[in-house]
Design a binder for this molecule. Structure first.
Ligand SMILES: *Cc1c(COP(=O)(O)O)cnc(C)c1O
Length: 411
């Protein structure tokens, strides 16, 4: 079956034909059949260079041999027990070694679950309820954090939760200070680099400022490093920017392509979690052996090869080309980037929303026609994997030049 037929079928089975909304794009999404290294292959016989990488987890690219071997070895032993396995400690010790704030961790099955539990823990530990987050921040399908400056992002969230979540613009420390002065906060939750409104790095001093505010008011600083963890640096954005959060949430890369999440922090806080403490957390699949093995194999490759350095320099070259060839602002940090079809710098979600979404769609379509797949939304960022070669870089540069030719080089 080709993608069109598969989509007709899936529309009957799933709302909108997909299992996550970003996957639906017009006229219909292609259906992927397989992936290998930097490339994916669809049901219509097309090959694409993949800059989506499963929305971030596949930092080593598709089917990395070390990951496949680790997963096969684990499958031979059994897939799931719900009883402790050594595999959990082997991945946890990697995280504890590399991520400064994580003295102890607890594994879950998604980034969503990680932020749900981090927020519950912050509330349980501090005895306070209000959470401050940032406009455009995405922390998974977490009822406590599905808000932006306009209020709730979705029907179905109780007013009481809305009342306990405050929203500030990213990179606006003054506003944060004001809100923190007027409300009892349990925590400030932030993506240290915004990765779900395109790519928006923090301005100098912003993250350090959040740390100071939290210290002043006895609130916990929670870094949602589901994207930035093991990507900006082995120790994530907290290492990159040298700012120490109280709690960290991880996901994506640490599962090596399998469903995972984790939350961690210093011992004193983490020991509040059940059964040591009283803040509830549980999960049938938590610490799933296959995800543990794939995650450990992935981190070992990151330790032994300069993946972060190489993917970052690849991203820098793409950003450089986009800047040379067009007048659009391009945000890039480490192996994350996005171009915004508008004038002027993008420093917060409102700036990102003012970019031209039609132009982005045409750019996306045109890149696909040249065999390059970037995430189909201007609110995501492009990811680079270890498997992306210098030949891939050249092909991508040519595709970008052609696409800019088509859509125009200035706002
Ligand atoms: C992807 C993401 C999540 C949610 O992770 P899921 O595994 O999709 O539930 C949370 N926070 C950030 C910053 C993310 O990018």
């Amino acid at each position: 079956m080709n993608s069109k037929d598969l989509y007709e079928e899936s529309k009957v089975l799933f709302p909108g034909g997909v299992n996550s909304p970003v996957r639906a794009f017009k006229p219909y999404p292609f259906f992927v059949e397989s992936g290998n290294g930097s490339k994916i292959y669809d049901a219509d016989g097309n090959e694409y260079l993949d800059y989506c990488l499963g929305y971030g987890p596949l930092i080593l690219g598709h089917k990395h041999p070390a990951v496949l071997e680790a997963v096969r070895d684990q499958l031979e032993k059994g897939s799931h027990f719900g009883i402790p396995t050594e595999a959990e400690s082997r991945l946890a010790e990697k995280i504890v070694d590399h991520v400064p704030a994580a003295e102890m961790v607890r594994f879950v099955n998604s980034g969503t679950e990680a932020t749900v539990n981090a927020v519950r823990l912050a509330r349980g530990y501090t005895g306070k309820e209000n959470i401050l987050m940032f406009d455009g921040g995405y922390h998974g399908a977490n009822d406590s954090l599905l808000f932006d400056s306009g209020g709730s992002k979705t029907p179905g969230i109780p007013k009481a939760l809305e009342d306990s979540t405050l929203v500030a613009p990213f990179n606006d420390l003054e506003k944060v200070r004001r809100i923190a002065g007027e409300n009892e906060l349990a925590a400030i939750v932030v993506e240290p680099v915004m990765g779900n409104v395109g790519c928006i790095p923090p301005v100098k001093g912003f993250l350090k400022g959040l740390r100071e505010v939290c210290d002043d008011i006895n609130a916990l600083l929670v870094f949602d490093e589901v994207i930035t963890g093991f990507r900006l640096a082995m120790g994530g954005a907290q290492e990159y920017f040298d700012v120490h959060p109280d709690l960290v949430t991880l996901g994506k890369i640490i599962g090596g392509g399998f469903p995972i999440g984790a939350f961690g922090g210093e011992k004193e806080i983490m020991e509040e979690v059940t059964p040591e403490g009283e803040v509830f957390h549980a999960g049938t699949f938590s610490g799933h052996p296959v995800a543990m093995s794939a995650g450990k194999a992935t981190i070992e490759v990151l330790e032994n090869e300069n993946t972060i350095g190489r993917t970052s320099s690849f991203a820098e070259k793409l950003a450089g080309l986009l800047r040379e060839e067009s007048e659009y602002p391009v945000n890039q940090i480490g192996p994350m980037l996005q171009v915004f079809f508008r004038e002027g710098d993008v420093r917060n979600a409102e700036d990102a929303r003012l970019s031209d979404s039609d132009k982005f769609k045409r750019f996306h379509r045109s890149l696909m026609d040249s065999g390059v797949f970037i995430p189909p939304s201007r609110m995501e960022c492009w990811f680079i994997s270890a498997a992306h070669s210098s030949k891939d870089l050249d092909n991508t540069k040519n595709a970008i030049k052609d696409s800019l030719e088509e859509i125009g080089r200035r706002p």
